[in-house]
Design a protein around this ligand. Sequence first.
Ligand code: PLP
Length: 429
Amino acid sequence: MADSPLYNALRRHLSLGRSSFHTPGHKNAFLPKDLLSLDLTELPDTDSLYNACGPILEAEQNAAQLFGAKRTLFSSDGCTLCIQTMLRLACPEKGKVLCSRRIHRSAVNAMALLGLEPVWVKPEELLLYLHSPVQVNACYVTSPDYYGRVLNIAALAEACKEKGIPLLVDNAHGSHLAFTNPDLHPLHLGASMTADSVHKTLGVLTGGALLQIGDEQFLKNAKSAMALFGSTSPSYPIMASIDLTVKWLSEHPDAFESVEEAISKLKEKAASLSIPSISDDPTRLTLDASSHGYSGQELAEFLRKNGVEPEMADSRYCVLIATPWNQPEDFERVEKALELFSELPQKEAPPSDSDLPELSELPPVVLPLREAVLSENHELAVEDSVGAICAEAACPCPPGIPIVMPGELILPEAASLLKDYGFSTVKVL
Ligand SMILES: Cc1ncc(COP(=O)(O)O)c(C=O)c1O
C-alpha cells in the first residue's frame, strides 16, 4: 500500500514539539479544529468570492473597517494573487513600474505575465528617481522585508503623490503592523494599495491574504482584476480563517503588546550577549550570528537543537517570527538557547562582514521581462553563464529575492554571487 510521505513528515515534525517562530502566524494554536467540516463551495447561502454580495462581502467589509482600508479583498491564493491584482489595477499593458530591486519573485512573475516593464532601482535610490523626470505608471516596493526592515513609506507615498502615480506595497510580512506601536502599516503611511500575507503574521490558514485598497480609483475593477489570476475554487476554510482572525483582532486590538514586550526583552538579552539584531518590526527577531563568527544557518541549527524552529536563515542572519499565539515558554526557550549559543567558542573569522550579499551594480537589461520569461530557455552551469541573458528569476528561497532578473545580462559579479548562494545552474536564453 502506498505510504503517505508528506503527511507522515508533517506529523513527525509536529512530534518534535519545537516552538514555532515561523509562519503560519496561528502557530497551530488559534483556529477551531472543525475548519475541515467547513470545506464547502459556492452555494446559494455561502456567497461567491469574485461576485461577493453576501457573507463574503460582509466579511471583507469587516476587514476593511479593521484595517482602515477603502476596500479589502480576500484571497485564498496567497499574497501572490494580491500582488498580481495590484499590478494589474495600477498599470496598463506595457506600462512601466519603478521597482525596488529588493522585491519578491512573485512580483517579477506578475509583471512578466502582465507585460509590464520594471525599472529596477536600488531601494535607497527610489526617492531620487521619484523626484526625477522618469516616466512611470506606478512605484512598487516591498516593506517590511523578510528581515523586518522597513522603507520610508511616508516619504515614498508623498513623492508618488507629487508625481501622480500610485505607490504599491508588498506588505506580505507586515499585516500585523496595523496593531503594533508605532503603527507601521504602509496603508496608514500613504500607500495606494498593499498586499498583506495575513497567514504569515496573523491567525490565518496558509494561503490567506488581503488586498488592501486605500485609493478610490482602484475600487471599481478590483474584483475582476483579481479574478483574472485567482483560482475559481477559493478555499472556504481559508476565507473563514480570515473572517475569524478579523473578529478576534477587533476584540483584541492590543494583542501584539505582549509580543512586542517579549521580543524587546529578547533583543535586549541578545545585545547583552553581543548578538546584534536588526529588525524595525517590533515583533520580529533578526539575529546577526556573524558577531560570534557563525553563519545564520548555524545559529538556526543550534536553535533547532534547543527546541526552537526559526523562519529562515542565511549566511549572516537568522529570522524569528513571533505572534500572539506564541506562548511564554516559547520565548523562554529562545532566551536559553541564545545564552547557550553565546557560550560556544567564538569562531575566528566571521563568515561575512558585509551586509546581505547583493550586487554592487545593477546589471544591464537587454531583453523585455516578458520576452525573457516566456521565450525558450535552457539550463547552464553558473560558471559558464557570464555573458548570457537570464531567463528565470534566480533567487534563494527564502527570502525569494532574485539575484539576477529575467532579461538581464549575467555579469561576473552576479555569477559569483549565485555560486555563493549555492546555485550550480541558471536558466538562460
Ligand atoms: C516579500 C514577500 N512577498 C510576497 C510573498 C508571496 O506571498 P504568498 O506566499 O502569501 O503568496 C512572499 C512569500 O514568502 C514574500 O516573502
